[in-house]
Design a protein around this ligand. Structure first.
Ligand code: PEP
Ligand code: MN
Length: 339
């Protein structure tokens, strides 16, 4: 339920309304909009009529039901877009964000070479997996903490922010120590224990859509993180499984405007995993800008033919620099800016 406060409601009235919500066994989530404050009352719904009665409480303008099954992440609750802040960087605002880097952190040289190049080309965030969720147990599983240390060194060296994956709840603490953004991979989108843990992580989360998940399921997963205390969530479309075999996954571009209609959370797109093919990154990146996404996450490797994972979908450093020139032009055409 949404408790919409009057535009002239006092702080005391807002606090009282929150207290009444708590008293009824719901958790109040305060959202300060430009014009007024709304309180999201999240809970099991047993005392809904009691919540409705809060209409008579001083300072309350209206009490409305949230129709979607996800509440805190819905546009119904919060019409204005959420801006996720990563240091001085804002994701979800007017700036278009590019996250780039290797699929896996392999060596110090590979990571630093990539970091310097993507920074120079204009990326704001360095990606790179230190804990890798590989389909085969015989494939490279990541450098783990050693990889996190290399990512931190690359941040130190370039000023780039770091996004890297947390594969299990057990890793959450150590990854949160090093990373600026915690990535939940497609295979973990419905690992509810991990989502709850990341609700308490105190760092923004990049939540990737599961390869067989609906948009509703993605938003319910985001709701898990938000309802456990962390509203700094970035949604990521990374392709879904369909009957099509020409690409690794089918990049669901429609998901971007759909998510923007249904949710206030920022949305980024991963055309690397979405297609599995380096040649498709450029046209799809341009499309992603045109449909109103907040950013891109792209795999880049100094020598893709030698990459320990996902070489065929990784751009070379010069290809990425060239792509950034085009991205900058397209972002400008949309009256947005980058860097
Ligand atoms: C990744 O970004 O490295 C990754 C494993 O992606 P996904 O979870 O989308 O497959
Ligand atoms: Mn990858």
């Amino acid at each position: 339920m949404i408790i919409a406060m009057k535009s002239d409601a006092t702080e005391e009235q807002i606090n009282d309304a929150c207290e009444s919500v708590r008293h009824l066994g719901y958790t109040p989530h305060l959202i300060r909009g430009e014009e007024r404050v709304v309180i999201g009352a999240v809970g099991s719904g047993e005392k809904e009529e009691h919540l409705q009665a809060l209409r008579c409480v001083p300072g309350v303008a209206d009490v409305l039901r949230i129709l979607q099954p996800y509440k805190l992440v819905s546009r119904e609750l919060k019409p204005q877009k959420t801006i996720v802040r990563v240091g001085d960087l804002e994701i979800g605002g007017n700036e278009f964000i590019v996250m780039a880097g290797p699929c896996s952190v392999e060596t110090r040289e590979q990571l630093l070479e990539t970091a310097v190049a993507v920074k120079e080309a204009g990326a704001q965030i360095l990606r790179g997996g230190a804990y890798k969720p590989r389909t085969s147990p015989y494939d490279f599983q990541g450098l783990e903490e050693e990889g996190l240390k290399l990512l931190a060194e690359a941040r130190e060296h370039t000023g780039l922010k770091i996004v890297t994956e947390v594969v299990t709840s057990d890793d959450a603490e150590v990854v949160a120590e090093y990373a600026d953004i915690l990535q939940v991979g497609a295979r973990n989108m419905q690992n509810f224990a991990l989502l709850k843990r990341l609700g308490r992580a105190g760092k923004p989360v990049l939540l990737k859509r599961g390869m067989s998940s609906t948009i509703k399921e993605l938003l319910l997963s985001a709701e898990y993180i938000a309802s456990h205390g962390n509203d700094q969530v970035i949604l990521c479309e990374r392709g879904i499984r369909t009957f099509e075999t020409a690409t690794r996954n089918t990049l669901d571009l429609a998901a971007v405007p759909v998510l923007n209609e249904l949710s206030h959370l920022p949305v980024v797109v991963d055309p690397s995993h979405g297609t599995g093919k380096r040649s498709l990154i450029r046209p799809l990146s341009k499309a992603v800008i045109a449909i109103g996404a907040d950013g891109l996450i792209i795999e880049v490797h100094p020598r893709p033919q030698e990459a320990w994972s996902d070489g065929p979908q990784s751009l070379t450093l010069p290809d990425f620099a060239e792509l950034m020139v085009e991205i900058r032009r397209c972002v400008g055409n949309e009256s947005r800016h980058i860097n």
